[in-house]
Ligand binder design. Sequence first.
Ligand SMILES: [Fe+2]
Length: 159
Amino acid sequence: MTLMHIVPGLDEEASEKAIAILQNRLSHEQEAALVLKHAHWNVTGPDFIAVHEMLDPQVAEVLAQADETAERIATLGGSPLGRADDVVASRTWKRFALSGRKSTKEYLQALIEYYNDMIADDRNAIAQLDNLDIVSSNIIQDHVQQLEKFQWFMRSHLE
Ligand SMILES: [Fe+2]
């Protein structure tokens, strides 16, 4: 890729590697917003309203995370890829397969599994970014902290 510019103190190779890692996280964050909204619309059961309403703030948070990640890519001189096709092309994690009107329990179990992959991938990204660009690492550290909290909300709902 051709970078528009290089942040002072970073070299081109480190910037390019950091951008590639951030692009993968951007696509995951964008997809998470779709998956969470899909669950928000399709959950059913006696605790419908609790789960339905729990999910919307998570949608807002992962969309805010995607914006922050995309803008970090631009800050590093790259071009964030944000189209639906880019999300699918970037997917290195398990596809969210659950569809249709299903119980809150089924959706929460599927979402907890989805977050398992997303959290592990964020933590792996952080370990790599620590050696490339500590500022980008710090951004993803903030993001994974929120995801771990959201996963705790979901687990607590099932206990
Ligand atoms: Fe809604």
